[in-house]
Design a protein around this ligand. Sequence first.
Ligand SMILES: [Zn+2]
Length: 203
Amino acid sequence: MTIDSTNSTATDTIKRPSVEEAENAVRTLIKWAGDDPDREGLVGTPDRVVRSYLEFFAGYNEDPVALLQRTFEETDGYDEMVLLKDIRLESHCEHHMVPIIGKAHIAYLPSKRVVGISKLARVLEMYAKRLQIQEKLTAQVANTLFEVLEPRGVAVVIEAAHQCMTTRGIHKAGVTMVTSRMLAASRDKTEMRREFLAMIKNG
Ligand SMILES: [Zn+2]
């Protein structure tokens, strides 16, 4: 497995438009919605939308592999599961560019080293703040942790609601999508899955 394929952001080959070009694109979408971008309430909107995009899609400027380089080896032999539960997830669906909102649970079984616990949430965030599908996001987080930390195992579960499904299209509110990816040597896998699911459920 290589993380190059899932890690690439394509930003190397994409030239960003100017702020003015981006704001003009928002004006076009306002007109497409049927409103007047020059009326008082909307006049500042292109600027606000363009600045919001810098937040929503900040992940394109960040490198999860670099983030995970700082690890700790003095663990007194700790080799049990480390789990970060109920991490708030905010992403955007790449098919409709509307929010995906949910939560993630990320666990790993350390072997050589551990990483600061907040880094697990940051790795999720770096991939979430890109245009995404939930399946790919789940795989990217798991693959990156597995490659970089070299743990005995990694498990990632994401539960999320997709606004492209709840506020448009088939309008199914209250539906969540669950995806998971578990990576471990086959001898550890069954035990790890059992422990991970038990830890998510408890509390
Ligand atoms: Zn969608």
